[in-house]
Every structure is written in structure tokens, then in C-alpha cells.
Design a binder for this molecule. Structure first.
Ligand SMILES: C=C(O[C@@H]1C=C(C(=O)O)C=C[C@H]1O)C(=O)O
Length: 376
């Protein structure tokens, strides 16, 4: 029987051959890539790849080796495509990437919309980014804000996308797909909820609590201590505060910020009721122009993947291969297609970077319905 050293020597000799063959193969792929640059043909040829996988697996025996050779060839062809995308990007054949770089946003002249009423967290986020005296108005729903941007009655909207304890604001992801609006900035503000009611309200009197669904979730520990209170969700925390003032009913209270309570003449009945003391929300600044700031360092995209094994893995390989750091992934069900999902990915980078261009070139060919949501 051969010793381990002898067997390893045999492997080393085989690997020497494999490495040379790999280099030869990639050299030919480079020539294929040059042909494609000149002829305008797509890099990814799904049919050819499918035929190749069938051909190579027919040449080996046994299920184990058939699976192995398929995986190996999937990887080889994926490398081959990535090399070709690089050639295309170098040749300036990137395809549509019509985002325009800008030095700064004209914050002083901007008209900004937020969702809710006076006192909403969205207003606080807006003032945080655009300044206290910015020219603003508010609308009832997120959709109304997206419409205001799309039709141009506002230049920017400031809208919540993620909370540190309750997670993603799902509706916002769906609206970013539906509307031709783009993220141009983000701003994070601390969220401190209070239970507020009409002045003189006693906690024992309360029967109903109004707030936005996310705020009710973020204060569930406190609310669970009062399980007899009915929780009613409304579109915005400040709208909840306004309702309490209007109804003049001491059996009702709102979960809202101390600022919203003050604006709507309520008393804070219990301060800082959020489960997480560091509760904060990330807001995005949305506009209808495809622009990005020079110092932008994060890109948000979304895409669909075919309903087949390994498809998400193959798409994500474009980030790994181009050394791009992925910071977030979310999925949302696709309308009318049960159990199929659209993925939302954030990764670090600026659209002017070669690595980003390479990745986008590959994603555009290999994922379905890629949309770049913004670079900010
Ligand atoms: C090399 C080519 O480009 C891509 C890579 C392939 C490969 O590495 O074998 C096959 C098909 C294409 O998706 C080609 O078109 O032949």
C-alpha cells in the first residue's frame, strides 16, 4: 500500500496538470470575451452552459462524480464569465448605468415631504438631514410621499426603511420597486417612545392604545404588562397622538415621541417605554433623479432569482469575486408568484469603482430584473 507521502506526490502531479489546464481554459475564455466585446454578444450563454454541464457529467461515471464535475464546471464557467465582464467593463461596454455623480444636494432650496403629521419621527429625521427650517410638507401615507416625489411636487422624501429592533419596513421595499424613485442619502435617528395621553389620565383608565404597528412592536414588553389594553395600529405615531387629542377620551393613549405628545397637547404618562434602550431608525432620502453623491459608499440593489437550486449563491458570488462587502440582505415575496422572492442587497462601494461596475455588469446579465435603488 502506498504511503500518505506517495499519494500526496501523485496528487501534486495531477494538480500541476489541472492548474495548467485551468490557465489554458481561462486564456481561451479571454479570447471569447474579446470576441464578445467586438460583436456585442452577451457574456452569459445559459444554453451553452447547460449543454456543457450535461456533456461533462456524461463523461464521468457514478452519481457522486457526476455531481462533483457539475459543481466544478459551474464554478469554472462562473470564473470565465467574471473574467469576460472585466474585459467588457475595461472596454467601456458597461451597459446602462445612468446615474449622474453630483457634488452635493441643494438642501436649502429643496422641498421635502415626510409621512405623518407634525411631530412624526419622519419630521425629526428630515430636520436632522435637511435642517430645522427646511421647506417641507407632510402626507398621510408612504405611497403618497413616493407619488409626490415621482410627480415632482417634492424634490425629496424622507422615509423609514429599517428599525434597529423591529427590522425592515417592508412596505418601503415594495414601494422602491414600484416607483421610479431612487435613494440618494440615509440618516439614522434615535427613537424614544413614550406612552402619552390627555393631561390627567391614569394608567388604570386606559383601554386602547394607538400607534404605528412598528412602534407597538418596539414597545411590546411594556404593552404586554398591560394585556387588557387593546392595541390599534394607525399609519403614524404622530397621527395616533393627534387622534388622542381630538377624541378627548381618557380611556385612550398613544405610543409616540415626547415631541409628538407636546405638539398635540398630550402629557407623557410613561417615558422611554421602548424594549431596546438604543432603539433607532434608519431613514432614506428619496428623489426621482438618478443621482449619487461623490462620496457615496453604499449601494442598494434588488433582483429576482430563478426558482432553481443554487441561483442565489451564484448571484452573490459577484460580490465575493469583486471583493465587495455585502452589508445587508432582505427578501420580499413577489406579487402574484407564491413562494418566489425578490432580494434586496446593500453592499459597500461607489458606482465609479471598477469592482462595482464589474459586479453590476454580471448581475445585470445573470439576475432577473435588476434594479439599482441608489448609491448613497
Ligand atoms: C466561454 C463562454 O462564455 C460563458 C462561459 C462559458 C464557459 O466557460 O464554458 C460558457 C458559456 C458562457 O456563459 C462562451 O460563450 O463560450
Amino acid at each position: 500500500m502506498a504511503t500518505l507521502e506517495e499519494l500526496r506526490l501523485q496528487l501534486d502531479e495531477i494538480d500541476d496538470q489541472l492548474v495548467k489546464l485551468y490557465e489554458n481554459r481561462m486564456q481561451v475564455c479571454k479570447e471569447v470575451g474579446e470576441f464578445k466585446v467586438n460583436s456585442g454578444r452577451k457574456v452569459f450563454d445559459k444554453l451553452r452552459e447547460r449543454e456543457k454541464l450535461a456533456a461533462v457529467s456524461a463523461k464521468v461515471s457514478g452519481d457522486f462524480n457526476k455531481k462533483g464535475i457539475q459543481e466544478l464546471y459551474e464554478q469554472l464557467m462562473s470564473m470565465s464569465r467574471k473574467l469576460q465582464y472585466q474585459l467588457l467593463v475595461e472596454a467601456g461596454a458597461l451597459g446602462r448605468l445612468p446615474f449622474i455623480e453630483v457634488d452635493s444636494l441643494n438642501k436649502d432650496k429643496a422641498r421635502v415631504v415626510f409621512q405623518g403629521v407634525e411631530g412624526a419621527y419622519g419630521q425629526a429625521a428630515m430636520q436632522h438631514y435637511f435642517g430645522e427650517n427646511c421647506n417641507s410638507f407632510h402626507v398621510r401615507t408612504f405611497r403618497d410621499a413616493m407619488e409626490a416625489i415621482e410627480e415632482g411636487s417634492a424634490d425629496y422624501a424622507v422615509l423609514p426603511i429599517e428599525n434597529s429592533s423591529a427590522g425592515a419596513v417592508n412596505e418601503m421595499y415594495d414601494l422602491l420597486v414600484e416607483f421610479e424613485n431612487y435613494i440618494v442619502a440615509e440618516t439614522i435617528i434615535p427613537i424614544t417612545h413614550t406612552l402619552s395621553g390627555l393631561p390627567g389620565t391614569n394608567l388604570d383608565e386606559i383601554k386602547r392604545v394607538y400607534s404605528k404597528a412598528e412602534a407597538l412592536m418596539q414597545t411590546s414588553r411594556f404593552l404586554d404588562e398591560h394585556s387588557n389594553w387593546q392595541q390599534i395600529s394607525v399609519v403614524n405615531t404622530a397621527i395616533a397622538a393627534k387622534k388622542i387629542l381630538e377624541d378627548q377620551d381618557k380611556t385612550q393613549a398613544a405610543v409616540c415621541s415626547a415631541y409628538a405628545a407636546k405638539v398635540h397637547g398630550l402629557s407623557v404618562l410613561q417615558d422611554e417605554i421602548n424594549d431596546e434602550p438604543n432603539n433607532s431608525t434608519r431613514f432614506i432620502v428619496v428623489t426621482n433623479q438618478k443621482i449619487f453623491l461623490q462620496d457615496a459608499s453604499k449601494i442598494s440593489i434588488c433582483f429576482e432569482v430563478p426558482h432553481e437550486s443554487g441561483s442565489l449563491y451564484r448571484i452573490l458570488s459577484h460580490f465575493i469575486y469583486n471583493d465587495l462587502n455585502m452589508t445587508k440582505i432582505e427578501s420580499r415575496p413577489m406579487e402574484g408568484r407564491n413562494w418566489e422572492y425578490r432580494f434586496f442587497v446593500d453592499f459597500e462601494g461607489n458606482m465609479a469603482d471598477a469592482a462595482v461596475k464589474n459586479a453590476i455588469r454580471g448581475l445585470r446579465e445573470e439576475a432577473r430584473n435588476l434594479k439599482i435603488l441608489g448609491n448613497y
